[in-house]
Design a protein around this ligand. Structure first.
Ligand SMILES: [Zn+2]
Length: 415
């Protein structure tokens, strides 16, 4: 306390016999940096034990940094009123695998937390010396170039967004706003984009629920890793299948690296591909065709990728697909989309769909062509002969024969 007598005794300690000083309950919590203790007159004003004059208690009692230095220990047994924390539970659950916070935590809170953890470890209460294994520092959301904060009154209430667009849209927008380690400026137009994206997903999948149901049933029954064999698909179905697995591979890596914005971008590209495929000869896309199977699989994979980002709409899709599948098939489908792990991308689908064909004239290497892997012999020969360099070499000559080694080589014998 500080003695306010005349003359003042200065800073005076509370006599040991008067400890502990109990915290008051008549405090008011107001926004801003001021300690709530300053609002309690009963706490604030006391008597100097030295001179008996008026005195004022210190209101910076226990900095919040002290509390945030060990809350991760306390959270494990928050209702324990006999110990500060439970060492056995700490050994079982800690250290924390991943810490996510603003960069402003790195120099104060995280530093103190490490220090306190080391002290507890030195005293034998903990068996680890670092509280957090990994740190990811996310950027701040700004509005009008200013950091969003309650004290500045420039926050955007999620309630309003959820009411108007739904929780899924709010999540998609927040995750799509930019690289999570960078600051990002809030934009009302951006949230409209997220809303359109989810609407597009719904319009695309809703009339094709039978394809999705079929894909889910096929996947739950598949004994092999991939429910569809790429080699069994025609060119159009294979192209969509490749795009879907390409998006899955990207989203999987991006999720693991906290790049939610690029994961969502991959999903948006997949939606474009599905939409284009759907516009082309829609009658050929049914449950009985390879294109229907590929589209069903693409929509299934998209739903699994999107589920962590837009859980409500994806769970709705899952439930509708379940009722569409009906009967015994339902038993082979997880009851919720969140029980279905993200499958591994098909490595065959990730291999570039072009191959290098060597073109020889009379046994000498004359050209290398990058051609689609699915061309037949006639098409590869035509590509070889139409190559300007080969054309020049063959001018005035007559082709005697063509030796063709599939996926490797065309040798034109001419004289
Ligand atoms: Zn005094």
């Amino acid at each position: 306390m500080y003695c306010e007598g005349t003359p003042s005794c200065g800073i005076v300690a509370v006599p040991e016999a008067e400890l502990p000083v109990r915290l008051p309950e008549d405090v008011e919590f107001r926004p801003g940096g001021e300690s709530p203790l300053t609002t309690s007159a009963t706490f604030l004003h006391t008597t100097c034990p030295k001179c008996g004059g008026p005195a004022r208690r210190e209101t910076d009692t226990l900095d919040t940094f002290v509390d945030s230095s060990w809350y991760y220990l306390r959270f494990l047994s928050a209702k324990d009123d006999t110990n500060a924390f439970d060492g056995a539970l700490a050994d079982q659950w800690l250290p924390i695998d991943q810490y996510i916070g603003g960069v402003e935590h790195a120099i104060l809170h995280l530093l103190y937390a490490r220090f306190i953890t080391k002290v507890f470890a030195d005293l034998g209460y903990l068996h680890f010396r670092e509280p957090f294994r990994h740190l990811f520092t996310q950027g701040m959301i700004t509005k009008g170039g200013v950091k969003m904060s309650k004290s500045k009154g420039n926050t955007v209430a999620p309630d309003y967004l959820i009411k108007r667009y739904g929780a899924d849209t709010s999540r998609v927008y927040t995750l799509f706003i930019g690289p999570p380690e960078k600051d990002a400026e809030w934009s009302d137009a951006g949230i409209e984009g997220a809303f359109r994206f989810l609407n597009r997903y719904w319009r695309l999948i809703e009339p094709r629920m039978d394809l999705v149901a079929q894909a889910i049933v096929r996947a739950s029954r598949a004994a092999v890793e991939q429910p569809i064999a790429l080699a069994s698909l025609g060119p159009k179905a294979a192209a969509l299948y490749r795009t879907a697995h390409g998006a899955l591979a990207r989203a999987t890596t991006d999720f693991a690296e906290f790049k939610f914005n690029t994961a969502i971008a991959a999903m948006m590209e997949l939606i474009n591909a599905i939409s284009l495929d759907g516009q082309d000869d829609a009658a050929a896309i049914t449950v009985d065709t390879d294109r229907g199977a590929a589209m069903g699989e693409a929509l299934r994979l998209l739903t699994l990728m999107l589920a962590p980002v837009a859980p409500h709409v994806c769970e709705e899709v899952w439930q509708q697909a379940r009722s569409k599948a009906g009967g015994a098939a339902v038993a082979s489908m997880p009851a919720t989309v969140f029980r279905q792990p993200l499958p591994a991308a098909d490595p065959l689908a990730l291999v570039a769909d072009v191959e290098l064909i060597v073109v020889q004239v009379n046994g000498k290497l004359r050209a290398k062509l990058e051609l689609p892997a699915n061309l037949d012999q006639a098409a590869v020969e035509r590509e070889a002969r139409e190559n300007p360099r080969i054309q020049a070499l063959l001018e005035g000559k007559e082709v005697q024969k063509v030796i063709y080694v599939p996926h490797k080589l065309v040798n034109i014998v001419a004289s």
